[in-house]
Design a protein around this ligand. Structure first.
Ligand SMILES: Cc1cc2nc3c(=O)[nH]c(=O)nc-3n(C[C@H](O)[C@H](O)[C@H](O)COP(=O)(O)O)c2cc1C
Length: 166
């Protein structure tokens, strides 16, 4: 489980391909995430097309690293299937599993947020021709790292409280 501490956002890529067997492992990990009432409301659109990467970069200003990467996964959720208001939490768990699985397989990755940003959501949903009930949640960019800062040290004991806030 040390990959938890190795994961970091990678924003520089070599362009080297992600192997299909590794991609399958990453997608299987995504589908192993928990979902409220086990609805499995998520789907995943794998995007390798450079043309589509350029269009994503136009629609999503903080996803410019996609231009160097071989692959991205658009995580979407089906509002008709999700239980109550849990679509975003289900898709977040799947997104995090993608990051961790990519790390485990030796790839860099970064979570680019879409959900709850109206402008980005509209642009991405239009670009991918998503039906009304399918909501864009995140784009995860994946590839071999071309050199990024080391992982941050997340340990902050002051964030921990026991039993109650005070
Ligand atoms: C909901 C969410 C949205 C994010 N959106 C972006 C984004 O659009 N572009 C980007 O470069 N990083 C994005 N990130 C990555 C964060 O900037 C990054 O996780 C944070 O700075 C901590 O760095 P680390 O991932 O290396 O630990 C996002 C992360 C989350 C959880």
């Amino acid at each position: 489980m040390d990959i938890l501490f190795e994961r970091k956002s990678v924003r520089k890529y070599t362009g080297e391909d992600v192997k299909q067997e590794d991609l399958n492992y990453i997608l299987r990990s995504a589908m192993s995430a928990p979902t409220a009432r086990n609805t499995r409301c998520y789907s995943f659109i794998v995007v390798k097309s450079k043309e589509t990467h350029r269009k994503i970069a136009e629609a999503h200003k903080t996803a410019q690293m996609i231009l160097q990467a071989p692959l991205a996964i658009l995580v979407v959720g089906d509002q008709n299937i999700a239980y109550g208001g849990y679509l975003s939490q289900d898709c977040a768990a799947a997104t995090q599993n993608i990051l961790l699985a990519a790390t485990a397989k030796g790839y860099g990755s970064v979570w680019c947020g879409i959900y709850s940003n109206e402008e980005r959501s509209k642009a991405v949903e239009k670009l991918f021709n998503l039906p009304e009930n399918i909501k864009a949640f995140s784009i995860v960019v994946i590839g071999k790292s071309a050199g990024d800062p080391p992982p941050k040290n997340g340990w902050q004991p002051e964030k921990i409280k026991y039993e109650a806030w005070k």
